[in-house]
Design a protein around this ligand. Structure first.
Ligand SMILES: Nc1nc2c(c(=O)[nH]1)N[C@H]1C(S)=C(S)[C@@H](COP(=O)(O)O)O[C@H]1N2
Ligand SMILES: [Mo]
Length: 364
């Protein structure tokens, strides 16, 4: 693997956030944590991650092509997609780089803390229906999704492309979405069409989708084989980043200090509230700690209802006493996975689901 096909650079010891990282952070905003109070993230508060530029697509000329190892290649315009049977799925999406800026050493890329998350209702055509109509050839191995955006990453010029295996691509929840929360996709969220891969980290949900190609060998594009891998060093192939690890986040209680973001709370009873999710298995429990992780107690969780792929609200009554407090929550899922106190480091800074710590000062 050449020098330029390496994943992200790692910051030197003590190297602060650079102007390059600030340029990314100013384009790609997170969800303010107080927006955890909504089941559906209000428009504009959902996080954003855009590798290159937002393409300007005109639906008079835009088409989705479906080809490769299929019996019947398809070319579909937006009206043809909209006339098909549709489905709406509520999905919590999280960037695989969420938590990256807390790693030491820091992988140099979009410097997320914990806020690269949001929940929306996506409406569109089930992907398996479209693949079924095109007719998968017995030689089919992967399905490759290509966006209309184009750029250079670590010296490799590319269209944004990701793949799913045939088994993953034909799951019933996979969606070609043209609406977010009941209105056409906004330009920044992939207008006119994007893939929605419920349960997967954000990179799989290809925006500005223009082509679906079925291929007869494992796809080795940059975003699949180079970028989104869990590796300890730059010269190992690593494991692919796939589904979202369990995570719980609390709405920071009280009110913030402008610069330090320390929370100020009044003495007495508070109802702590947050949301928790896992893309790997249904949640089984959420616990809260108000003493910096020494002791944990179960939170009360709302039922998921029909929304297997969306976060779940939890609450925890807390009596604040004067002094300093560190508040945390952690999620457990049915795969017996939970969250670590300290992040497991990897080269790209992916899938860091270490437990959130909120500093609160209770004034007497
Ligand atoms: N075509 C294209 N699709 C893309 C991206 C991109 O840069 N180009 N970014 C991916 C990443 S890394 C994430 S986290 C999600 C973010 O989706 P959102 O901006 O709608 O929240 O989109 C994914 N889909
Ligand atoms: Mo991402």
């Amino acid at each position: 693997m050449g020098e330029f096909s390496q994943p992200a650079r790692v910051a030197d010891p003590g190297e602060g956030i650079s102007v390059e990282e600030l340029v990314l952070a100013a384009r790609n905003h997170g969800m303010p944590l107080e927006a955890l109070r909504y089941d559906l993230t209000p428009p504009g508060l959902h996080y954003l991650l855009i590798h290159y530029d937002i393409p300007a697509l005109d639906t008079r000329t835009w088409r989705l092509t479906v080809g490769g190892r299929v019996g019947q290649p398809l070319t579909l315009d937006l009206d043809q997609l909209r006339r098909r049977p549709s489905k709406t799925v509520r999905v919590t999406m999280e960037c695989a780089g969420n938590g990256r800026a807390r790693l030491t050493p820091r992988p140099v890329s979009q410097p997320w803390l914990v806020e690269a998350v949001g929940t929306a209702e996506w409406t569109g055509v089930p992907l398996p229906d479209v693949l079924d109509e095109a007719g998968l050839d017995p030689s089919a191995v992967d399905v490759v999704f290509t966006g209309a955006d184009h750029g250079v990453e670590r010296g490799v010029e590319q269209d944004y492309q990701r793949s799913l295996s045939i088994d993953d691509a034909t799951r019933p929840e996979m969606l070609l979405a043209y609406e977010m929360n009941g209105t056409p996709l906004l330009p920044q969220h992939g207008y006119p069409l994007r893939l929605i891969a419920p349960g997967w980290y954000g990179m799989a949900h290809v925006k500005w989708l223009r082509d679906i190609s079925v291929v007869d060998a494992r796809f080795t594009g940059y975003q699949q084989a180079v970028a989104y891998r869990l590796r300890r060093s730059a010269d190992e192939p690593g494991e692919p980043v796939t589904r979202i690890r369990p995570r719980a986040l609390l709405i920071p209680p009280g009110y913030p200090d402008f610069m330090s973001r320390t929370r100020i709370v009044r003495p007495g009873d508070h109802l702590l509230e947050g949301r928790a999710w896992s893309g790997q298995a249904p949640l089984t429990a959420v616990e809260v700690s108000t003493d910096g992780g020494l002791t944990w107690q179960p939170a009360t969780m709302a039922e998921p209802g029909d929304h297997r792929w969306a976060w779940q609200r939890f609450t925890f009554p807390w009596r604040a006493t004067p002094g300093q407090h560190t508040l945390s929550a952690r999620a457990h899922d049915a795969n017996r996975q939970t969250q670590p106190a300290e992040p497991a480091w990897n080269q790209g800074g992916f899938a860091n689901n270490a437990i959130q710590r909120i500093r609160a000062v209770c004034l007497s």
